[in-house]
Design a protein around this ligand. Sequence first.
Ligand SMILES: [Zn+2]
Ligand SMILES: [Zn+2]
Length: 430
Amino acid sequence: MKKLILPLLIISATAFGQTKLRPSIDKKASEIETKVIEWRRDIHQNPELGNQEVRTAKKIADHLRSLGIEVTENVAVTGVVGVLKGGKPGPTVALRADMDALPVSERVDLPFKSTVTATYNGQQTGVMHACGHDTHVAILMGVAEILASMKDQLQGNVKFIFQPAEEGIYEPGVTSWGAKQMVEQGVMKDVDAIFGLHISSQTEVGKIGYRSGPAQAAVDNLEIIVHGTQAHGASPWSGVDPVVTASQILTGLQTILSRSVNVTQNPAVVTVGAIHGGIRHNIIPEKVEMIGTIRTFGEDQQDLVHRRITEIATNIAESAGARAEVNITKLYPSTVNDPDLTAKMVSTLEAAAGKENVRVNPPVTGAEDFSFYQREKPGLFIGLGGMKKGGDPTKTPSHHTPDFYIDESGFILGLRVMSYFVVDFMGMQK
Ligand SMILES: [Zn+2]
Ligand SMILES: [Zn+2]
């Protein structure tokens, strides 16, 4: 068998991928690295909250147009979509960057520190690129420049998706995400595969992390309302106590992860973060409300966990003569990297970063709205190192904090790997 595998691998390395373009990509990436860092600093200094990325979007659109890329603006509020037509027929490969900043006041002492302020949820706050989406925008603008310089040789088209509001829109009556909005506008219809990256403040520059299959959790909000019958605290037998029932439900929920979820496959989390009920020591209230968050990996597990929550809550309540109302609101789906696509692209990651710098990430219980694209077409989302070399991840400020910091020397790998994704995927279609 071994003898058969070796020639196949050699064929795949040459026939798969327009790998001959990699040296040109590397050269162009080095040439534009300084410019990409300048773009990033400008965007960092001028951060905009979700669905308000007007200045950022204009900067992107102007740049793409200057490269001869077809541009559509105001897609899903502030989104920008650029299409680069390759010189030869082939698939359409999408690359995605998110443009939004967060309501965080920057504390890092940088010449391009953000001093922007805004009103968010009625509160005055600083605005900061505290998740590094400024780096994603600058890198993708750079990738557009690299690929535009070799467009005649591209076997297919490249779609650049710059989306608003990855961190979500939580306005009264609205819960949505930029990626969901973009998908609703039809941006994925003609796409064959999509790639994206997220910078990481706690991963060393030069390193890439990925995970095949469910990589980041689905996030759902949980609300359980236990309806009882109000009574004097001195005579509980005259009512139905929702406090005791709620506490039994809370304990029952713990068995989902220990007894129902297959722990050899993917983790899951059910957290109740608040319990509200009652007003006085001697009044058994009429109802108790519990709210929490559910994190699951993949739709099968999500269905299982939701079903068990409902069964446990309603049946425990029924056994007490109470009634439980269970409301689960689906927010982000699980970020699932297509296993076939991921397997095919591992050699691309290794070619860009060096085999020793590519690692398989553990599952992450945080979410990413890239998942909405992956529900439409095969997609791969990777992590890119942004922590200075030799840094200690346990002492480095995490994302969404005022001290969040990214080492810009990691950008060049982002330019190279995203460009490699495109040319390698195009070559694989032969
Ligand atoms: Zn974030
Ligand atoms: Zn982010």
